[in-house]
Design a protein around this ligand. Structure first.
Ligand SMILES: [Zn+2]
Length: 198
């Protein structure tokens, strides 16, 4: 026997979320059913809102609801340092560590030939465009310390060094194969202090 159609529809939608199996979807759907109308409306509104108001910063490609984002428009930040990360959540991890006060550039991925991802699939062209006016003096490559992140850092350093910039790589005191987002704040801080010239 199936549940009433609207309930089946909700279960079906929830099942599409990552990590949610049939049982979890059912449990969540029944939880929604018990919510007050206000709570249910707030949940639905938050889902719609995130899609309608959140976009990418036109400068750094961070996820934002203002363009330029709060980091790019913060005049107190050091505009001579630019930290390159793979994903927006990597930027959040670095910000939490408080170890960097410059600007960022989010690539939205890494070079991964096995998954068919090349330099053209990343935000590399706009990165080069940003560096043109010469205000950035150091580019810190903070891609993940795994094979793909390393390959991306090597590719970028070959591209950027001829421009006369100081190109550094965060110290790999981070466990190899790990991701920045799982490193604690102290480790992220140390990896910035110990960054090396490429
Ligand atoms: Zn930005």
């Amino acid at each position: 026997m199936a549940f009433a159609a609207p309930l089946e529809r909700l279960i079906e939608q929830l099942r599409r979320l990552p990590g949610i199996g049939a049982k979890s979807a059912q449990r969540l759907a029944f939880h929604v059913l018990k919510m007050s109308s206000e709570e249910a409306r707030a949940l639905a509104a938050a889902v719609v809102d995130v899609k309608e108001t959140i976009r990418l910063c036109g400068t750094c490609f961070n996820i934002t609801d203002t363009d330029p984002c709060l980091v790019c428009s913060d005049t107190a930040r050091d505009r001579s340092g630019l930290c390159v990360v793979e994903e927006p959540h990597n930027m959040v991890a670095i910000e939490k560590s408080g170890s960097f006060r410059g600007l960022y550039h989010v690539l939205h991925g890494s070079i991964a030939p096995l998954r068919g991802l090349g330099p053209d699939d990343l935000k590399i062209a706009p990165l080069l465009e940003r560096l043109r006016d010469g205000s950035v003096k150091e580019v810190i490559l903070a891609t993940n310390p795994n094979v793909e992140g390393e390959a991306t850092a090597v590719y970028l350093s070959r591209l950027l060094k001829p421009l006369g910039l100081r190109v550094t790589r965060i110290a790999l005191g981070l466990p190899v194969g790990s991701e920045l987002e799982y490193a604690d704040e102290v480790t992220v801080g140390k990896s910035f202090e110990g960054r090396r010239e490429l």
